[in-house]
Design a protein around this ligand. Structure first.
Ligand code: AKB
Length: 342
C-alpha cells in the first residue's frame, strides 16, 4: 500500500512537469490531428476562442476549404510520418496534442487494414511523440470500446471491454497504451469516452451517425431511411457539450484526476424517440427503417452510459438535452444547407 502511494505521488510530481504553459499564465500551443474529421473544425473554433487564434493549429492530410484556412493556422500533418510530426512539434513549440485522426466504427469495418494503420500505428506515433516532447495528449475514446459482454444499461467507467469492431479494438488499445505511458513514464495522457456526437457537419462513417444524417435528409428530401431499428437505444451528446467536456477536462489539475479515461454522456435515445422530438419542428417528416450491418454494432454497444466518475472528479455536467439538441440541429443544418448546399 505504502509503495503504491509512493509510486502514485512520484507519477503525479512527474506529470506536473508535462503540463504545458497554463501554470505560467501562458496559453498552451495546441496541435489537432485529423482536423477535418467529425470534431476538428468545431474544436479548433472553440479552443481558439479560449486560447487565441494563433495558438491552435488544425491539421490533416486533406486539402482544406478557403473558409478553414481563413479561420486560423492549418497544416499538413500525416500521423503515420513520425519525423514530420516531430518537425511540427519543434517548429511550432507545441504543448498539447489533441489526436482526432481515426476511422470510425462503420467505415473501419469496410477497410480493416487502413483502420489498423490510422487508428493503431498512428496512436503509436502520437504516444511516443508526446512522451519525447512532454506533451499533454488527449485521445478520444468511445462507447464503441465496449462490446456484447459489457453491461449495457448502465455501462460503468471500469468494466469488461471486448469490442467486436476494429474501431473498438483500436480504442481499447489506445486507452491501455495511454494509461501504461502514464504509469510508466508520467505522460499526461487524457482520454474521454464519447457517446455519439451530434453536429451539423455531414456524417463521418459512424454507427451513431443516423442521428446526424436524419437532419440532413429531412431537409433535403423530406424523408429518412434509418439503418437501425426504431427502438435501438444509444448514448448521445451534442457537439457543444462534447467540446466543453474536452476543454474542461484538459484543464483539470492532475491531482484531481483519479483516472486517465472517463466516460462522458448527455442523454440516451432511440431513432423513434429522436423522430418524435423532431416532429415538433419538422411536422411533415417521414422515417422508414431498414436495418443493415450497423445494427449488429449498435446492439453490442452501451445503451446508457454511466459518467458518474467524471461528474465526481472534475464536475462534468451536460447542458444540452434532447429538445435543445433538436432545436440546435434544425437551425444549424438548415443554415449549412443554405450556405453550402450540403
Ligand atoms: C461511431 O458511431 O463510430 C462513433 C462513436 C460512437 O464513436 N460516432
Amino acid at each position: 500500500m505504502l509503495l503504491r502511494n509512493f509510486y502514485r505521488t512520484a507519477v503525479r510530481c512527474n506529470v506536473r512537469y508535462y503540463s504545458g504553459n497554463l501554470a505560467n499564465n501562458k496559453p498552451p500551443k495546441i496541435l489537432i490531428t485529423g482536423g477535418l474529421g467529425q470534431l476538428g473544425v468545431e474544436c479548433a473554433k472553440y479552443l481558439r476562442n479560449k486560447y487565441g487564434r494563433e495558438n491552435v493549429l488544425l491539421s490533416d492530410i486533406i486539402k482544406p476549404s478557403e473558409e478553414i484556412v481563413n479561420d486560423g493556422p492549418y497544416l499538413f500533418v500525416d500521423i503515420l510520418d513520425f519525423k514530420g510530426l516531430q518537425k511540427i512539434v519543434v517548429d511550432h513549440r507545441v504543448d498539447w496534442l489533441i489526436h482526432f485522426s481515426a476511422l470510425l466504427s462503420a467505415i473501419g469495418e469496410q477497410n480493416v487494414p487502413l483502420a489498423v494503420r490510422v487508428n493503431i500505428e498512428g496512436m503509436h506515433n502520437v504516444i511516443e511523440l508526446a512522451k519525447q516532447y512532454r506533451l499533454r495528449v488527449f485521445v478520444p475514446s468511445t462507447i464503441g470500446a465496449f462490446g456484447p459482454d459489457s453491461p449495457r444499461n448502465p455501462t460503468p467507467n471500469v468494466t469488461i471491454q471486448r469490442p467486436r469492431t476494429i474501431y473498438g479494438v483500436s480504442k481499447v488499445h489506445a486507452e491501455l497504451l495511454g494509461e501504461y505511458y502514464y504509469y510508466k513514464f508520467g505522460l499526461d495522457f487524457r482520454c474521454l469516452r464519447f457517446p455519439g456526437v451530434i453536429s451539423s457537419d455531414p456524417p463521418g462513417g459512424g454507427t451513431t451517425d443516423y442521428a446526424i444524417a436524419i437532419f440532413h435528409d429531412m431537409f433535403r428530401k423530406g424523408q429518412y431511411q434509418c439503418y437501425l431499428k426504431p427502438d435501438t437505444r444509444l448514448p448521445m451528446m451534442h457537439v457543444k457539450d462534447a467540446l466543453r467536456a474536452l476543454s474542461e477536462y484538459l484543464e483539470v489539475p492532475n491531482e484531481r484526476l483519479t483516472r486517465r479515461v472517463y466516460n462522458v454522456t448527455s442523454m440516451s435515445f432511440t431513432p423513434e424517440e429522436l423522430a418524435e422530438a423532431m416532429s415538433k419542428y419538422v411536422p411533415e417528416m417521414r422515417i422508414t427503417y431498414q436495418p443493415d450491418s450497423r445494427q449488429e454494432i449498435a446492439d453490442s454497444w452501451p445503451q446508457v452510459f454511466d459518467d458518474s466518475e467524471a461528474r465526481r472528479d472534475w464536475n462534468w455536467k451536460p447542458e444540452v438535452d434532447l429538445d435543445q439538441l433538436v432545436r440546435l440541429m434544425v437551425k444549424e443544418v438548415k443554415e449549412k444547407i443554405a450556405a453550402n448546399g450540403f
